[in-house]
Design a protein around this ligand. Sequence first.
Ligand code: AKG
Length: 321
Amino acid sequence: MRARSDAGPAEGLDATGGSTGPDPATNGSGGVRTSPLTVEEITTFYEKGYIRPGKVFNDEQIEFLRAVVQRLTRSEDEAGRRYDLLDPALWPDEEGGNGEAGDAGAARDPAQSFDFLFNMWLIDDDFRAAVFNPTTARWAAQLLGTTSVRLLEDNALNKSPSPHDLRWHQDYSYWPLAQPNAVTAWVALDDTTQHNGAMLMACGSQHLGERLPVVFGTGTPYLRESRPSSVTEVGDPAELDLPVEVVELAAGEVSMHSSLTWHASGPNLSERGRRAIVMRYVSDGTIWLGAQRYEYNYTDEEVGLTPGEPIGGRYFPVIPF
Ligand SMILES: O=C(O)CCC(=O)C(=O)O
């Protein structure tokens, strides 16, 4: 579908995306952690719905990845594949199709820019080296209680300075899977604070089960008609007494959240973009539902999967760890 680039692995990243520095398992390489999660961390994830296990890329690797993302953002833009999470032209209506806001010609408000790149591992070897790092894959397996995980997708995010926020949502609502056996690893490429729009997590919300997808820019729920009637809207964490934590991270640090955890992010009040790369992992064996659940970036035909089959194939590779 898309050609791979000829670029070699990232400087400072080995072929599997691991650190090439001395003894990283003991935090020897720029404070990078590769040790497995502890029982306490796994328990905290179960209780709160997310954890901050530490730094997975050192400063040199982060500097390199920023340049990789900048290059890919430019080439994707030139190829007409710009996707903006806050662009009203892309917002679905309540039924899930493009509504009035989706009419061709709807103006794109630059102040709302939240650039979103999808599956760069397929076209760029440097990005792939980061995405295939064994550390976050192993952590994902520990958090999902499995021995093998597949990559569901990767993303690069750049939230521009903007007064707009990304509304409360849970990731599972948007995925073509029969079970929420999935977890996201969100790696900061910049120091991330409340001021520049860090993510917010509603602790314990993952215990409340599946919710409807929402339009990221407005919080309007959709797909009410096609989801079971027991699936209700994401609520206001404050009204439900769910503690909200701000996920402040230094560049290179990762947070990992469950596919059911409600999360949002505030406005970026700084003068620079707030960048991140994201890996989303799914337990091997999770069942593909495809378009009958959600119109994903790939059709069932493209991925070669029939609804009811375990997820697999070239778009969803096992990540070795
Ligand atoms: O980066 C953000 O502000 C939100 C990202 C998000 O919702 C996610 O990675 O699941």
